[in-house]
Design a protein around this ligand. Structure first.
Ligand SMILES: NC(=O)c1ccc[n+]([C@@H]2O[C@H](COP(=O)([O-])OP(=O)(O)OC[C@H]3O[C@@H](n4cnc5c(N)ncnc54)[C@H](O)[C@@H]3O)[C@@H](O)[C@H]2O)c1
Ligand SMILES: [Zn+2]
Length: 331
């Protein structure tokens, strides 16, 4: 998931190592802030919210780089070149995904998603740009959401371009592999889902697994409609998000280490344009040194209490909130 994709020919193990790199933990954070600073920034309205995997850790979907993140126990995410270039790579992904997807599909939005939706309803959030692929912002009721890296709940045909619901594809995969789901559930702890929506399966569990082709063109290779590591985010999707950022007053980053360039670039663009930035994340982010003291806000904290307090302070009974700050005035 990077705009600086390596050439396909080299996007295998060395690239896998570079994407799994963790940020240093002991760098001092030059900018800090308080809950009141955050409320002032968000209360001024017209906020673009950029979210990452930290939004969904409370919902049972692990992140990559947090204290219990998938990269801390050696998980290597699927690379675009491995998926597209190898029938075996696709077979492995879909076998593991058939099990893992059930977990992601069953996840419900958490307090952080609910808080972002409440801020949108209060007229303070212009739009949400999420790096997440789990669909939980939409499930929480956020109306204006761009999935920067796509969504696991759709599949796309690499050959004819058809886009289909994941649930429909899963039913066909399940029918083509009778007994597979039950056999693997007995072999692995299916609660240990990876952020990519798959689970670790022993090689022997994959034996005989059959991948079904695209039902539209009847031969095509189906891929989850997500941007894999080593793949480029569609240019027009990025452009739409940058236009939305340019039209916003400020940028609020929630639960992302910003290690991935496609997210980090939003902070750089906002800083260049002189737009205030707030970052709420437990642990370091790649953008910490870019933030501007005296203007930007950085809270090294868990999202849930911070956002709970923020919503409570900004969504007071409408009349008094209007009188005190005008923050809830409709857009
Ligand atoms: N749920 C998902 O859809 C999912 C899960 C993992 C990764 N991904 C994708 O992989 C890429 C990884 O980048 P990223 O920056 O989003 O993830 P990341 O793992 O690099 O960073 C997540 C950050 O969130 C922090 N965090 C975790 N729980 C938190 C909480 N409750 N409160 C505050 N902070 C918390 C972690 O310490 C970490 O710094 C992105 O494209 C991402 O969307 C998606
Ligand atoms: Zn097709």
């Amino acid at each position: 998931m990077t705009l600086q994709a390596p050439p396909a020919a080299v996007a295998r193990r060395p690239a896998a190592r570079s994407v799994t790199r963790l940020l240093p933990e002991d760098e001092p954070v030059p900018v800090t802030g308080t809950a009141a600073d955050l409320a002032a920034l968000v209360g001024a309205g017209d906020v673009l919210v950029l979210t990452g995997a930290g939004m969904s850790t409370a919902c049972g979907i692990p992140d990559y780089r947090g204290p219990r993140g998938a990269f801390r126990h050696g998980h290597v995410p699927m690379q675009y070149a491995d998926f597209v270039g190898s029938a075996e790579g696709r077979r492995r992904y879909w076998a593991r995904g058939l099990v893992g997807w059930q977990r992601v599909a069953a996840a419900r939005p958490g307090p952080a998603h609910e808080a972002v939706a409440a801020l949108e309803r209060a007229g303070l959030v212009r739009c949400v740009v999420t790096q997440n692929v789990d669909g939980l912002h939409q499930a929480a009721g956020s109306a204006v959401v761009t999935e920067l890296h796509g969504g696991l709940h759709r599949v796309v045909c690499l050959d004819c371009g058809a886009v289909l619901p994941r649930a429909q594809f899963d039913r066909r995969l399940d029918a083509a592999n009778p007994g597979f789901a039950a056999r693997t559930a007995a072999l692995v702890d299916t609660r240990q889902v990876n952020p990519d929506g798959d689970v670790e399966l022993p090689e022997e569990a994959l034996a005989g697994f059959v991948v079904v082709p695209c039902p539209v063109c009847e031969t095509g290779r189906l891929k989850p409609d997500v941007v894999f590591f080593g793949e480029t985010v569609p240019r027009e999707r990025v452009a739409r998000c940058y236009d939305a950022l340019a039209a916003s007053r400020s940028l609020l980053v929630l639960g992302s280490s910003l290690s991935v360039m496609s997210g980090y670039r939003f902070v750089r663009a906002a800083v260049r344009a002189g737009q205030p930035v707030a970052v709420v994340n437990a642990g370091p982010t790649r953008a910490d040194a870019d933030l501007v003291p005296g203007r930007d806000v950085r809270l090294d904290a868990q999202l849930e209490p911070v956002l709970g307090e923020l919503v409570a302070s900004l969504t007071l009974p409408a009349a008094s909130a209007h009188e005190s700050s005008g923050a809830l005035a409709p857009r």
